[in-house]
Design a protein around this ligand. Sequence first.
Ligand SMILES: Cc1ncc(C[n+]2csc(CCOP(=O)(O)OP(=O)(O)O)c2C)c(N)n1
Length: 328
Amino acid sequence: MSATVSRTEIGAELGLEMYRRMTSIRLFEEEANNLYRSAKMPGLTHLYIGEEAVAVGVCSALRQDDWITSTHRGHGHCLAKGAEPSLMFAELLGKEAGYCRGKGGSMHIADHENGNLGANAIVGGSAGIATGAAFSAKRLGTGAVAVCFFGEGALGQGLVYEVMNMASLWALPVIYVCENNLYNEYTHYLEATAGDILARPRAFGIEAREVDGQDVRAVYAEASELVERARGGGGPAFLLANTYRYHGHHVGDIDRTYYRSKDEEELWRSERDPLALHGRWLEKQKLAAAGDLEQVEVEARAEIETGLAFALEAPFPDPSQVTEDVYA
Ligand SMILES: Cc1ncc(C[n+]2csc(CCOP(=O)(O)OP(=O)(O)O)c2C)c(N)n1
């Protein structure tokens, strides 16, 4: 792939694939919400709906053997990196067939085959893991790149700065992708994050850019440049993706008017929806013919429904396994 990927280079195949992945994430998340609301899922989950273009734009620029680390809001990252919805649903439901044999749940899904080192419930916690993976890739000369996804809340964690310092000194192939969805739980980020976000990585000499996180092609173009730069020995980068979560901080966060307005939510949904924006672009560019997008959705829905049915039917682990694979 060339160092600069202009938006016009996105042809029908990639354009539709990105639409399919975003659709798949959205449908998966809607079903996860249903599982919570119908009390079929133990615990809770943090929905990624609204932010799909970030995970898909970035992961479309990665190879299968590139690494990612994820967050408590991680289903979109897992799916974008190639995870099976059926095995993810099984993990959410605590089933033996799940990615962590049912012991990790929503916030700890890992899928090493596809380079996903795991979600992490500790805000900022995966920054060290991603940077370590980049260090190992560099030492072993594998050519792999590591991407660390995190919300802007992680900017309050010291670990992030410790590893950015090391990554810059050692020119590690790691991309820090900050998903700024405006809120850390129920607090606007401006009340928690002082100054210019991009000035922070730049203070370490790290290449830092900002992108519209609702525009999958813009995210893909920036990510492609930064990934190829890192792969070629150009060192770490920081990508600030501006985005929005449509739902609450977690599925139980229903009444949100005390921290953000319904008008604000409605504006993002109606004007800035990443699927609608990309779908319209595909049609306008004639990369999708009439009915193509509907067909993508029908197929994605079938895959999600099959995966969900599999997970609901799947057995729980045997009680004798309760302490297996558990580390404290
Ligand atoms: C170290 C740590 N502190 C606090 C929490 C509780 N907590 C969970 S999510 C969250 C907010 C995260 O906001 P952000 O990083 O912006 O991600 P978002 O939820 O917006 O995707 C907090 C404070 C935690 N999980 N880990």
